[in-house]
Ligand binder design. Structure first.
Ligand code: PMP
Length: 365
């Protein structure tokens, strides 16, 4: 970035911080894509130039995540919320039941939509503990013969994250909207893994959905076209005009992860370092900061905590904004503070926040 550009450390939960080299490349290519003579925003989704960008995005995601050949990558619209409906519409047969793990706000919203489409078994619900923890092994009533088992790997609002996949023989369907590409994943254990891009992978407007081929056979022809996974797969996400800009940026982010970060193992190391810097401040604050998530369920991406009272929380937000630490207010439904430290948040940003937290506690504790 040129030196006259002022950027804050942006802790927004989403849309969220993007890697600076990606923003710079977008800026450099905005008026004219190299060799094309006009903007990506102005070219056909069927042009050879866009098709090359689309292919490269899929190839880089495939390499980065180790996606096996019996999976398709779809780029869809409607955000993750549309998937709350599309998943049961496509996967849940008339006489079948799907298992849902309810670990926070986003799985609860997904459940409400799925219940409109068919029979759902709530296999576990963390309400009694205010969604501060995840099911212990064997605690959830998952059925191996369920149509699928649904969970959110990271609850963006509560800040709880599954360290590993739940165990079931049913196809696993995962909302990875807020932790996609934050660590390596065994994709072959999933039936569907999906993520809206605007947290860890790109801009709002595109949702990446990775689906195992055999599940596509469940999509019924009677479904409205846009809502049919099989139709999207058969047309390689080009049944209608796809979100071309979003696909381009997701591709640039995947390239950044591959070439500049050095892959998802390296990204995980960096994410562990960043999150531990904040959790250490919380744990060493003599109770001034109280983390929401129980320690074994803490998110690498969304660090959620409370201060002794709302007056202090307001002061924390006001003062942090003044120090160029932006968007730390917790979600309106739960209050408190939430530091979203996605892949693109630099270590220096987390260092600055940790320092601010220590100072604030020593002045107000
Ligand atoms: N799932 C999770 C885990 C999320 O964090 C969000 C967005 N905050 C959604 C789903 C909904 O995404 P969208 O707004 O793209 O529909």
């Amino acid at each position: 970035m040129s030196t006259e550009v002022q950027r804050v450390f942006n802790f927004s939960a989403g849309p969220a911080v993007l890697p600076e080299p990606v923003l710079e490349q977008i800026q450099a290519e905005m008026l004219s894509l190299p060799g094309v003579g006009c903007s990506l925003l102005e070219i056909s989704h069927r042009s050879k130039e866009f098709l090359a960008i689309h292919e490269a995005a899929k190839a880089d995601l495939t390499e980065l995540l180790g996606i096996p050949s019996n999976y398709k990558i779809l780029f869809l619209q409607g955000g993750s919320r549309l998937q709350f409906s599309m998943i049961p519409m496509n996967l849940l047969g008339k006489d079948q039941t799907a298992d849902y793990l309810i670990t926070g706000s986003w799985s609860k919203y997904a459940l409400a939509e799925a219940e409109k489409e068919g029979k759902i078994n709530v296999a576990w619900d963390g309400k009694a503990d205010n969604y501060s923890r995840l099911p212990a092994p064997g605690e959830a009533t998952l059925n191996d013969d369920a149509a699928y088992a649904y969970y959110a790997s990271n609850e963006t609002i509560q800040g709880v994250q599954f360290p590993t996949e739940p165990v079931t023989k049913a196809p696993l369907v995962c909302d990875a909207s807020s932790d996609f590409m934050c660590r390596p994943l065994p994709i072959d254990q999933y039936g569907i893994l999906y993520a809206c891009a605007q947290k860890n992978a790109g801009p709002a407007g595109v949702t990446v959905l990775i689906i195992r081929d055999d599940l596509l056979e469940r999509s019924r022809d009677e479904l409205p076209g846009y809502l049919n996974f099989k139709l999207h797969a058969e047309n390689d996400s080009l049944w209608n005009t796809p979100p071309t800009f979003g696909i381009y940026v997701v591709g640039l982010v995947a390239k950044w992860l591959k070439n500049e970060v050095g892959g998802l193992d390296k990204m995980l190391e960096r994410n562990r370092l960043k999150s531990s810097m904040l959790y250490d401040v919380i744990d060493n604050s003599n109770g001034f900061y109280e983390g929401h998530a129980q320690p074994d369920c803490r998110s690498l991406m969304n660090v959620t905590f409370r201060l002794p009272n709302e007056t202090l929380e307001k002061a924390f937000n006001d003062e942090s904004e003044k120090q160029q630490l932006a968007s730390l207010k917790g979600h309106r439904s739960v209050g408190g503070i939430r530091a979203s430290i996605y892949n693109a948040m630099p270590v220096e940003g987390v260092e600055a926040l940790a320092q601010f937290m220590r100072d604030f506690a020593s002045r107000n504790g």
